[in-house]
Design a protein around this ligand. Structure first.
Ligand SMILES: NC(=O)c1ccc[n+]([C@@H]2O[C@H](COP(=O)([O-])OP(=O)(O)OC[C@H]3O[C@@H](n4cnc5c(N)ncnc54)[C@H](O)[C@@H]3O)[C@@H](O)[C@H]2O)c1
Length: 324
């Protein structure tokens, strides 16, 4: 049974990845500092090691102990807006942390490495939908950190023979439709969990960043992909890396919804309107980001199964509605 290290496996996407790996029969070790990850996301059947990528000895120790065949690296700070205000912190966590992991992984014989990249590597789209050939000119520092790690991985593939997959997620949303994973994101900055916090009365109101974008209703358009679909793609990517040396793939639903459309879908699910106000645009945002995921469909034989707006909203509300 192949041993897989999931760094950031106590987090929102990582826990769903662990769930998919366990279902596929892998032995899974989670390495996480629990900064945003949570113990309730640790699944029975996986092994947990508490540690921080910024302490190289702690990650090296785990790699030495288990001699993994594969690593899935999800640990990062992910708020694009915050990255523009705290670039030093994002550089340390996202770039230095990844380099520490890469050093340990290659030292202890890891063969396959799957990296959580982001649509943020593209920046303002020159054309839509965005395919993997699109220029990479990040407009926020977060996207720059992801691109920098991708570039390092390309060199490690050349120099160390590591097989690598950069998975460029668009907006990850939803919760395990089976209801086994219910960990709420801490301090969320993404639209759907913020809507949910407003719905529960934990936040006073929803702020919509800009209603004057060049889109039909003036709010930003994004591509939302369900976490369970993302998780399935990671398992496939690990398998495909057996024969492919490098992969760079978009993971998205290929459907764009405006902020207003998402908010209205939430309002339908909860049966009332959310208190909301329009505020200024955020720096580092783009009007519209929609993926072409044709390559992932072809290379991974992957197709989103849970990414309809209705499933995304209902699986999220199921968790938030019942949360203490
Ligand atoms: N959520 C999205 O829509 C989205 C979109 C594109 C890319 N991504 C990327 O996917 C990955 C996972 O995102 P998520 O939404 O699950 O976020 P998350 O914050 O829930 O998960 C990150 C996990 O990494 C852990 N972690 C952070 N720094 C660490 C460190 N130095 N050492 C050990 N563990 C550490 C956290 O405790 C957490 O469990 C991130 O790399 C993010 O940039 C997310």
């Amino acid at each position: 049974m192949a041993r897989i290290l999931v760094v950031g496996g106590a987090g929102y996407i990582g826990s769903h990845v662990v769930q998919a790996l366990l279902a596929a029969g892998y032995k899974v070790v989670v390495f996480d500092n629990l900064s945003t990850g949570q113990r309730c996301n640790l699944l029975k059947g996986s092994i947990f090691r508490h540690g921080d990528l910024l302490r190289p000895a702690s990650i090296a120790e785990v790699c030495r102990e288990f001699r993994f065949q594969g690593v899935i690296h999800l640990a990062a700070l992910k708020a694009a807006g915050e990255s523009m205000l705290r670039p030093e912190v994002y550089a340390r966590h996202n770039i230095t942390g990844s380099l520490n992991l890469l050093a340990a992984a290659t030292q202890f014989g890891v063969e396959r490495f799957v990296f959580s990249s982001s649509a943020a590597v593209y920046g303002d789209p020159e054309r839509l939908p965005i395919d993997e050939q699109h220029a990479t000119r990040p407009v926020n520092f977060y996207g720059f950190t992801k691109l920098t790690v991708e570039q390092n991985l390309a060199w490690f593939a050349r120099l160390r023979g590591l097989h690598i997959a950069n998975l460029r997620y668009f907006n990850a949303v939803g919760y395990d439709p089976g209801g086994a994973l219910r960990g709420l994101e801490k301090r969320p900055a993404n639209l759907l969990p913020v809507c949910m916090e407003v719905a529960r009365g934990w936040r006073e109101r929803l702020e919509i960043f800009g209603d004057d974008w060049p889109t039909p209703d003036g709010t930003c358009i994004r591509d939302y992909v369900h976490v369970t679909d993302l998780a399935a793609a990671h398992v496939r990517a690990l398998e495909v890396l057996g024969t492919r040396e490098t992969l760079t793939l978009n993971l998205g639903s290929e459907v764009g919804y405006s902020v207003l459309e998402v908010v209205q879908a939430v309002e339908r699910a909860i049966g009332r309107e959310l208190p909301r106000s329009n505020v200024a645009r955020r720096s580092g945002d783009s009007a519209e980001l929609v993926a072409s995921a044709e390559l992932a469909r072809e290379v991974l034989d992957w197709q989103p199964q849970h990414s309809s707006l209705e499933t995304i909203v209902s699986s999220t509300w199921n968790v938030y509605r019942d949360a203490p």
